[in-house]
Design a protein around this ligand. Sequence first.
Ligand code: BMA
Length: 864
Amino acid sequence: MRSDTADRSEQLSMMRTTVHDGWHLSAVDGPVPDSLAGRLLPAQVPGSAHLDLMAAGVIADPYLDRHESDLEWAHRVDWRYSTTFRAEAPRPGERVELVFDGIDTVGIIELNGHVVGHTANMHRGYRFDVREVLHEGRNDLTVTLKSALAYAEEMEDRLGRRQRAYPHPYNAIRKMACSFGWDWGPDLQTAGLWKPVRLERWDTVRLARVRPLATVQPDGTGRIDVHLELDRADDRADDRADDRAYTVVAKVNGHEERAAVTGDTATITVTVPGARLWWPVGYGEQPLYDLTVTVLPGDDPAAGPADVVRRRVGFRTVTVDTGPDEIGTPFTFVVNGTRIFAKGANWIPDDHFLTRVTRERVAHRIDQAVNANMNMLRVWGGGIYESDDFYDVCDERGVLVWQDFPFACAFYAEEEPLRSEVEAEARENVTRLAAHPSLVLWNGNNENLPAYHDWGWQEDLRGRSWGLGYYTDLLPGILAELDPTRPYAPGSPYSPGDLPPNDQDHGTRHEWDVWNVVDYTHYRDHVPRFCAEFGFQAPPTWATLTRWIHDEPLTPASPSFLHHQKAHDGNRNLHRGLAPHLPVPADFEDWHWATQLNQARAVALGVEHFRSWWPRTAGALVWQLNDCWPAVSWSIVDSEERPKPLYYAVKHAFAPRLLTVQPRDGRPTLIAVNDLDEPWTAKIVATRQTFAGSIRAHGEFPLTVEPRSITRLDLPDDLLEPVDASSEVLVVTTADARTHHFFAEDRDLAYHPAPLSATVDRVAGGYRVGVQAASYTRDIVVLADKVAPDAIVDDMLVSLAAGETFTFHVHTATTLRRPAELASARVLRHANAIASRSHVSSASGTHGVGQTVEPAVVRSRPLQ
Ligand code: BMA
């Protein structure tokens, strides 16, 4: 047991000591294997039972091959965490509380043999009064965690079965939904003390809740309303109410206000004249201000503070413009009065085992998003209310966060005990996250509204509740009371009134026909007001794939590979999506590259289409930024933090200045998108040229695009009418942007199959791969992780016209024995080679290398 030094140095009368040492884990009930029965294993707190079992060598890493399926027994086991700690007996009048910031999930907490509390919600913290049971000297603490699955099943029996997208009743328990498996994640039902545990001792008063709401007044003055709740020590110790006035001091950057608080609640307002505004990345800086709230213990001015709470705040305004217009209902974020095109991605838990997600890991992922020119992340509702680390980093980087309440792809009972749990968790998390300027939207749920309206699930309801009251009443009511400074959306997707929730002209939309049903060019069939989800699958990078999957031979249909493909019809959709564009290769490494390329092409086409419709379309959030285990998935970055080729495609498509060719009025039209505050004036040079380099048509035009706007340019016919569609390309460039337009699909293009010459040089920090194109070369990549697992390349998916050169920088700490491998055909790849290669099948559906996949999980999708 350790004292928190920060608190000590301030000589708070509040004593907080963590209880993270000496923990053990045992399996106490259920189908416990012999290897575990009767054993007491060392345990980590914060932590998770599976991680302890792995550390003790009792189970193999469940991410490896098919080990996940060996662990089904663990769904039905009851676990016990136990430790001992030393403490002094409570002094008269002292409060002693055992505080758990997070318990996963169904817990019975006992101290010295006395039950001090029960828990059933992973999304909450718990505080138990242990005055009566704390001993002088040794204390025995146990937390018994009942099988979450058994509890959820029992709850479902009690409340009535409700539809959900996956087999287990994740909707009958307040636990991260994807713990029970998802179409990109394993079914490993975690159990553990997943956040810090501590003992708190205090004897006058503590700051029970601090909720700072920052706003900006019309004259630019920053204003923080610090709403606070006090907990008084002798409130409950005897019947005498403590009616003393406590002094509470709120300080922001030298501006200080104090109040004498007699009741339990108070609001202290601090103003900061001339406060600097917090802006999203790409719009300005992210000044953050330290807020300190202190409660003084009483009359003795020499006594240290009784309790202190620190937050960082930022000053900005945020609204979502949903005022009806001539098209329908927009969904445009407005920050500090500036309308924003939201460029971003959906965020899932960054590791299925949440306690491994360090601040460093989170920061790296968010930096990757920022480097890919994103300004928004949506924290998806099948995961968690994200961590303080996540929000701190988003505050610092200027990443806007849209946070779903944790409800996803299911109907939820609105009866007890769920209702009170939902209310408690919402109140706690709205309070916890209130200070963060990055948080710009609360959203009621993920896809539960289309599940009701479009998925044919209503019939089974037979009049039972399904969660609507949470989204239209309970949650907005809590926000109106606790945080009226932020917009709220009832769901994603959402359209107002009686409209179908996924209506393209109103509110937010999820675009899933692409991937599930139709080719990716059909992204262009809809012009949504805000596309909150769209995506396409591909396998992870080679280094990640081959670290976790060891099939011999490794193919798209080999057992472990398929085990990591959780999507319903996943491989079939990969092949159906690939076939119209590129041949489906027979060789696995070629297949791996082709499917990654196709993912990149699909998503980039979606992003460019959505951006080309600004301001009618005001956001594009790719599904999904990250992975929680090594998976074939929609992710941009894989579970080992390696960027897939898609990462570079998204980075290009989200670039502040974008040239893109889009169909308008039946012909290819150049659209220039300027997402900067300065006008974009440039000279456009456009050529229609053969792959071999002969210029067939040439044009130069002036370009002017107003700040944060788009401009449309109609190109002359001679640039758009090829003599031979199979061997010509339109290349349009300015000094800082470039686009390429083709007159046929890759599979019908007569590319030169081996157009590159390359050199590899050792340079500080890695290698330089210089390439020169003898003929047009499309989508060149250096898959350097195949050679050195730590290698990161600065760019990929670069296309070169005949005669052009490019240099890739490969950052690696590895000294390669054969640097030339970086320029070998399996590493230095491009579309030309794949398009020119023979293929085994062009049909959709079953196929030589990947059979129709038995889905591990099944979900319904709205089909439109
Ligand atoms: C989206 C998400 C997830 C799912 C993904 C891919 O709708 O909300 O439920 O993982 O689709 O199918």
